[in-house]
Design a protein around this ligand. Structure first.
Ligand code: 26Q
Length: 812
């Protein structure tokens, strides 16, 4: 572990400042100070990084590569200081110099290279792998523009490009010498020489993949792993300006643009799959560059290619990196000279795949013609995989053509990526128990029947280092005071806190800490929106991507109902509440955008109505991102996890809230089920349809939302207020939401679950009034949250899927 005292730190910092800015500290701007600090921290990390790589080389342990289109890291300065173990020293040193560390940390741009849950999970996993000293690295794309930044203008979402690199990125190191060439398009000529088939790829467009490496620092263990992100550049010899005439110049520019577009943008859709050729290019681009560099590294360390599958594991995060399977086959066959069977065995041993969704509309499939044109050799390999797989199926299911067709990788003009991922991997996992069961029983039942041993569950987790220690220092201090600090490295030790749940003093302290966190959030809300909120009100929070299945609409409808009731009865006795929302909609997802507008318009109406605004307020916070979540979550009293049962694969914010002592109101969906099992029914508020009821309603079609609405005055009033000008002069504004619930029969059972949800909310009200009982629930939630640390999840992946060994500790 890095050991450094305050005085040395001050000296190093001053020196660093002068070195990179060529002026004295007191002449510098805050941003200069941030840059100098980042740069100093990077120096500290650099030595450990080199040492770690040396150790990995010496002891030749299995290396894991986590392939993901998204890594939603957020800010790194704070977490690097924490993991290096020098945060306190640094804070004290900067204090002496009259510099506020928190302020500098807030200057860092979020690294927003992800949409939501899946990308953030990848970031938590990197942190856990490094902290458990597992040789595990990330591989992805260095998007020039991250996930768009959201502005709310006239109550609606407006997307603004996220130019996160405009002031540079202190954490990355460009490795020009490690660049690789990725080939698109062209022709494949098959030659038969010396009794072997040879595949010659010609006339292709070459793209240079240039890696940018970022250090992933383990928690106080001297381990620094690598996140390698690839950027697309033109190949210099194909982009030669020196001898151009007009036509060539134009061509050269076009070539440059088309190449650079590959790593230009992150696709902002996380639910509806669209078959864009650029997306396919992105996928092959990073997968090919990543695998080429892994193999190159392996060989240059004198690795024996025959043992490749004992020395590396490649994990594919959803189907997005599935091309890793045929690409590895290509490298093994075409470049390394292995036969098909050996290559297939090795590929299968190396690859594993996680599924993150059961929403049919999100499943990736590529039109054959597009695929073949862009990736001719890869297409041949996929075809061969499909042919062999189908012939295996035909032997197994004699005469059952339908079944074979249903399971085929290539069918009806499309290549189904999930099928390819399952067939090509030795492990397929879901992300929560319920989700895995649904995969096995429903969505992937045919495959489960074929390969029961491939399927397994790995319930998601979150890094408690960022989501507790770093985001909630006050709660962390208090936990240390009560149960010692073993929970820092063994998060399940938080269970030792449970015995204090009944202790009045502890309850009071928990309440005070929460109140301080609420004040901090209230200050931020005041600064951003000029709205004063009451910190003694219940902070009731729903923050996540906006999506019909996540049912922000349900939350909003009950707020509209409460508003109606408060107007009818000004003396209605409720605990004051502040409803807090945040989240982005995919730019083309019009219904979700309308939901954002509805929440904002309901907020305008309620916040400006003096008849009710002492009791309730509604806040939509702009531009939800990791660093904002870090402020909101520690301040939450109530965590809204209200997706339609069966639709949320796991959810991970549910875990973050629980760890910070919020009480969950939830459907029995995703990991909520496991949270309930941990804390017990008396420490969570559950409502809504069960899995069986939902599946049954979908199957039988026995649900007509209109029937419920027509027979219910209260519901009728709320639903009508969507289209009668109550919230927006333009009566058509929320017609889409109205029609979704009424005309199109409410696919996600918002109306069906409405009263059950209201009852649950009333229960929350009752529980909150009993101050002692409430704090007891919070304490039990905190105490039981350790199991949801991603350290537990990563241990399960390492032992159950990757077969990895860690550098320093035992995994058991
Ligand atoms: C696919 C094709 C084309 C363009 C975009 C995409 C795309 C991008 C992102 C599809 C899906 C995503 C992200 C999905 C996601 O975040 N899923 C969430 O994963 C979490 C981690 O496992 C779970 O907790 C959530 O339940 C799940 O919704």
């Amino acid at each position: 572990m890095l050991s450094i005292d305050k005085e040395t730190f001050k000296k190093d910092y001053r020196q660093k400042f002068i070195e990179i800015h060529g002026k004295d500290l007191d002449e510098g701007t805050d941003y200069n100070k941030y840059e100098a600090l980042g740069s100093l921290v990077r120096d500290y990390v650099a030595k450990m990084w080199i040492d770690t790589n040396k150790k990995y080389k010496e002891n030749s342990k299995k290396q894991v590569y986590y392939f993901s289109m998204e890594f939603l890291l957020g800010r790194l300065l704070g977490s690097n200081l924490l993991n290096l173990g020098i945060r306190d020293t640094c804070k004290a040193a900067l204090d002496d110099l009259g510099i506020d560390l928190d302020k500098l940390e807030n200057l860092e741009e979020d690294q927003g290279l992800g949409n939501g849950g899946l990308g953030r999970l990848a970031a938590c996993f990197l942190d856990s792998m490094a902290s458990l000293s597992i040789p595990g690295h990330g591989c992805g794309i260095r998007y020039k523009y991250g996930f768009f930044s959201q502005k709310i203008i006239n109550d609606s979402q407006v997307e603004v490009p996220d130019d996160w690199l405009k002031r540079g990125n202190i954490w990355e190191i460009k490795k020009t010498d490690k660049a690789r060439v990725v080939k698109f398009g062209g022709d494949v000529r098959v030659d038969y020489t010396d009794g072997n088939l040879k595949f010659n790829h010609t006339n292709y467009d070459a793209v240079l993949a240039v890696p940018y490496d970022m250090p992933i620092v383990g928690y106080k263990n001297n381990v620094v792993n690598t996140l390698r992100l690839w950027s697309a550049e033109p190949l210099s010899n194909e982009f030669d300006f020196s001898s151009f005439n007009r036509g060539d110049f134009k061509k050269a520019m076009e070539y440059r643009d088309s190449v650079e577009s590959i790593s230009q943008i992150l696709y902002p859709d996380d639910s509806f799959y669209e078959g864009k050729v650029l997306r396919l290019k992105q996928q092959y681009f990073f997968v090919s560059a990543g695998l080429q560099s892994i193999i190159h590294h392996f060989k240059s360390a004198q690795g024996n290619m025959k043992e490749l599958d004992e020395k590396i594991a490649v994990h594919i995060n959803d189907t997005h990196p599935t091309l890793a399977i045929p690409e590895l086959m290509r490298i093994l066959i075409d470049e390394e000279g292995f036969g098909w069977d050996t290559s297939w065995r090795m590929t299968n041993n190396i690859m594993s795949y996680t599924n993150h969704t059961i929403m049919a509309e999100a499943l990736e499939k590529w039109p054959i013609e597009m695929f073949k044109k862009l990736l001719p050799r890869i297409f041949m390999i996929v075809q061969e995989i499909d042919k062999r797989f189908c012939s295996e199926l035909k032997n197994k299911y004699v005469g059952q053509w339908d079944k074979v067709r249903k399971m085929a990788i290539i069918d009806n003009g499309y290549i189904k990526m999930a099928h390819l991922a399952i067939v090509g991997s030795h492990s397929v996992n879901g992300v929560a128990k319920l989700h895995t069961e649904i995969l096995k029983k429903q969505e992937m039942s045919d495959f489960y029947y074929c390969y029961p041993n491939k399927f397994n569950n790995k319930t998601n987790g979150i890094t408690h280092r960022r989501w507790l220690i770093s985001a909630n220092p006050k709660l962390t201090m208090f936990l240390k005071e009560k149960i010692g600090d073993s929970f820092i490295t063994h998060p399940t030790d938080m269970i030792n806190f449970e015995k204090f749940a009944h202790n009045i003093e502890v309850q009071n302290r928990l309440r005070d800490i929460k109140l301080e966190n609420k004040r901090k959030l209230a200050d931020l809300i005041y600064k951003d929106k000029g709205i004063n909120i009451d910190i003694s009100s219940i902070f009731d929070v729903q923050i996540k991507r906006i999506h019909a299945y996540k049912r922000q609409t349900l939350n909003c409808l009950r707020i509209m109902d409460l508003y109606n009731r408060l107007i009818e009865n000004p003396n209605l006795d409720i605990v004051p509440r502040t409803f807090i929302f945040a989240g982005k909609s995919a730019p083309g997802y019009y219904l979700a955008k309308d939901i954002i507008t509805l929440i904002n318009m309901v907020a305008d109406k309620i916040n400006n109505d003096d008849r009710v605004n002492k009791k309730i307020k509604v806040i939509f916070m702009e531009n939800y991102r990791v660093s904002l979540a870090e402020v909101i979550i520690p301040a939450a009293d109530v965590s809204e996890q209200i997706s339609t049962t069966t639709k949320e694969a796991s959810g991970t914010s549910n875990m973050k809230f629980m760890m910070n002592g919020a009480v969950t109101i939830a459907t029995l969906d995703g990991a909520n089920v496991e949270i309930r099992d941990e804390v017990g029914d008396e420490n969570i508020v559950i409502f809504g349809l069960t899995e069986k009821q939902v599946l049954n309603l979908y199957k039988t079609g026995g649900y007509v939302s209109q029937n419920i609405i027509n027979n219910d005055v209260r519901l009728k009033k709320i639903i009508n207020s969507l289209v009668d000008g109550t919230y927006c002069k333009d009566k058509n504004k929320f017609k889409s939401i109205y029609e979704n619930l009424v005309t199109y029969n409410d696919e996600f059972f918002v109306i069906k679950d409405f009263y059950s949800y209201l009852e649950a909310q009333e229960k929350i009200d009752r529980l909150y009034r009993d101050k002692s009982k409430w704090q007891r629930m919070c304490a039990v939630n905190i105490a039981h949250s350790g199991i949801f640390s991603s350290d537990r999840t990563i241990r399960e992946y390492a032992t159950g899927i990757w077969g990895s060994k860690c550098l320093y500790k035992n995994l058991e």
